[in-house]
Design a binder for this molecule. Structure first.
Ligand code: SAM
Length: 206
């Protein structure tokens, strides 16, 4: 995975992305992610790798102060277009190197991004850095299912799927172990494909 390839591949994905990843089982999973998040009016919420804005359709964005970043101008263009009458701030930015001050956001939303960026550790560290104390990171993504190793078919498929712009072999437990200094997991549940896709909520402690 690298940023230049991601730009190319997500340009290709952009016209058809919503048909696959914002419908059917994926849409149901997204609804589960957002149904019980206790956003308060006016809170600052960052969507990391917002893509076409699929998640934005599931929140009351008019009541929040929303910023959305993505590295692909083509994906971002789709999101911008859907929300052109909103106050959402859309920015072209690398999730591994964000141009925000420390402790800016109450919530950082990371749907299908840690498995996509070239360096998940860098991205995760950045999410933690820009999150306020007592703020929450919400992750919806696919990882190696808990207490399992990558199956042989997945090992063989992994390089091919990486060419399509995502990694099916990311180990969340390892990633979290390396980066969990000021963090605590407050909720974790399987949302899709027998636990391959999970919802994980993480709070930043003081
Ligand atoms: C699988 S899509 C997920 C989009 C959206 N979050 C969703 O849930 O539908 C991955 C997104 O990450 C973006 N992306 C890839 N590398 C990135 C990077 N280094 N920084 C920010 N966004 C990136 C891609 O352009 C794409 O829009």
């Amino acid at each position: 995975m690298n940023n230049s390839w991601n730009k190319i591949i997500y340009k290709a994905w952009s016209p058809m992305y919503d048909k696959i990843f914002n419908s059917g089982a994926f849409l149901q999973a997204r609804k589960q992610i957002f149904e019980h998040i206790p956003f308060d009016s006016g809170q600052k919420v960052l969507f990391v790798g917002v893509g076409t804005g699929a998640d934005l359709e599931l929140i009351d964005q008019a009541q929040l102060n929303v910023t959305a970043i993505d590295f692909s101008p083509d994906m971002l263009h789709r999101a911008r277009d859907k929300f052109k009458h909103s106050s959402i701030e859309f920015l072209e930015m690398d999730a591994q190197n964000m141009a925000f001050e420390n402790e800016t956001f109450d919530y950082v939303i990371a749907s299908l991004i840690l498995s996509v960026v070239p360096d998940a550790d860098k991205c995760f560290k950045e999410m933690e850095r820009v999150l306020k104390k007592e703020g929450t990171i919400v992750i919806f993504d696919k990882f190696i299912p808990k207490e399992q190793t990558l199956s042989l078919p997945k090992k063989l498929l992994r390089p091919l799927i990486q060419l399509l712009g995502t990694d099916i072999g990311l180990d969340f437990e390892e990633l979290y172990r390396r980066n969990n200094k000021h963090l605590t997991i407050t909720e974790e549940k399987k949302v899709l494909m027998n636990g391959m896709y999970r919802k994980i909520m993480i709070r930043k402690i003081g």
